[in-house]
Design a protein around this ligand. Structure first.
Ligand code: EZ4
Ligand code: CO
Length: 405
């Protein structure tokens, strides 16, 4: 007899930041979890799941992961978009979790088994001034990281993406305080960033992977210039140089620089990134399990990427919950063209609210061998951290024009 889904519940918790989790329960008593967190728009996905998908899930066979994915994607009629794809992603991961638990196997085994011993990861080092940034990089290297994303301040500005002049730790979504407006000046950034990254390279020597995120703020011409200026730094990648809705413009960037490019954290389906991949406009595709329709769909994106020697490098900020982070590490262990997993880290209570089998050691991640995804939800503890509205900042240029944050 096949099992049946008897409940699909949504749990919202905020242990330092907001997370939306789908909990699927089967008639056999198996519980699977999926992450549905969409930073700054959390309740839209919660409603999508509660009001629209849960009634469709109850009564279905949890083993039919692909059929359920197709039902939720095609059955909506309306395609793509972050709210829809995060909701589908949560269902997909919860069903992979159920399947693993039912079969007594970690999900990476169901994806074909390990193709590597462990998954390379990178983390963030951020500080306003260069000396403090070098200290932050050193602290990350002391934790064993072999790849570090370096972000600094910009003279004349008070905040830039990823850090604040006066605040040491930085979680971009400001809770409870409405919309934060940052001031942005691309010229000042372009004058400063190459020197900062050159100083970091000089400091760490050739053996450390360095990364940098331009966070969608450049024109193609500016991106080409920055990529060229950074060639001596030998970056592992330069991330999100342009907003990238218009992907054809990246051809100009590619013609001018050999600095590797990574794009994709805001894209949600293979149809949104296929051009990036098939035109070889990027070296790394950054779609995350949660925002790109779950394990099933991310695997399809990575399969297409494999054909074009583009490698997977999923988004892993604190707003990707430990559930889909764990799912991503399973994909990483089992997918040949998976390059590296971003690991920003979490506010401390998050590890207690989501006890997890995945682990970090010496610059690498492993998903663990617990059946399923290996991430649980302590609902009693979760209930102690109620949801708080939080918005990502917005950015305006010096003349007050709204620009990309
Ligand atoms: O701005 O996750 O590479 N990481 C990033 C992140 C994103 C946030 C948005 O929710 O660009 O910091
Ligand atoms: Co990014």
């Amino acid at each position: 007899m096949s099992d049946r889904i008897v409940a699909a519940d949504v749990v919202i918790t905020s242990p330092g930041r907001n997370y939306v989790t789908l909990k699927v329960t089967t008639a056999d008593g198996v519980v699977g979890y999926g992450d549905a967190t969409l930073n700054g728009r959390e309740l839209a996905v919660a409603s999508y799941l509660r009001d629209h998908l849960a009634p469709l899930l109850v009564g279905r066979d949890p083993a039919r992961i692909e059929d359920t994915w197709q039902l939720l994607y095609r059955g909506a009629y309306w395609r793509r978009g972050p709210v829809t794809m995060a909701a589908i992603g949560a269902v997909d991961v919860a069903l992979w979790d159920v399947k693993g638990k039912t079969l007594g196997q970690p999900v990476y085994q169901l994806l074909g088994g390990a193709v590597r011993a462990r998954v390379l990861t990178y983390t963030h080092a951020s500080a306003w001034e260069v000396p403090a940034l070098l200290d932050a990089v050193d602290a990350r290297l002391a934790q064993g990281f072999r790849a570090v994303r370096a972000q600094s301040g910009v003279p004349g500005l008070a905040t830039v993406y990823g850090l604040h002049r006066d605040v040491a730790s930085y979680e971009p979504a400001a809770r409870g305080s409405g919309l934060v407006e940052e001031r942005w000046d691309t010229s000042a950034y372009l004058r400063h960033a190459p020197d900062v990254l050159a100083a970091v390279r000089e400091h760490v020597g050739p053996g450390v992977h360095l990364l940098h995120d331009a966070h969608h703020r450049l024109t193609p011409q500016q991106a080409a210039r920055l990529g060229k200026a950074l060639e001596p730094v030998d970056l592992f990648w330069l991330e999100d140089v342009t907003p990238a809705e218009n992907q054809d413009v990246l051809r100009l960037v590619r013609q001018h620089t050999t600095t590797p490019l990574a794009i994709g954290e805001v894209f949600t389906t293979v149809f949104d990134v296929h051009h990036l991949i098939t035109e070889q406009l990027v070296d790394f595709v950054r779609c995350a399990v949660v925002h790109a329709g779950g394990i099933s769909h991310l695997r399809k994106i990575l399969a297409l990427a494999e054909v074009y020697q583009v490698r997977g490098a999923p988004h892993g900020p604190s707003d990707v919950s430990p559930v889909s982070f764990g799912a991503s590490v399973h994909v990483g262990l089992a997918t040949h063209n998976f390059a590296i997993q971003e690991y920003m880290g979490y506010p401390e209570p998050v590890h207690d609210v989501f006890p997890h089998s995945w682990s970090y050691a010496d610059g690498y991640l492993h998903p663990g061998d617990a059946p399923g995804i290996g991430v649980e939800l302590d609902e009693k503890l979760a209930a102690k951290f109620p949801y708080e509205p939080a918005y990502l900042p917005v950015a305006r240029t010096l003349d007050g024009t709204l620009t990309d944050w």
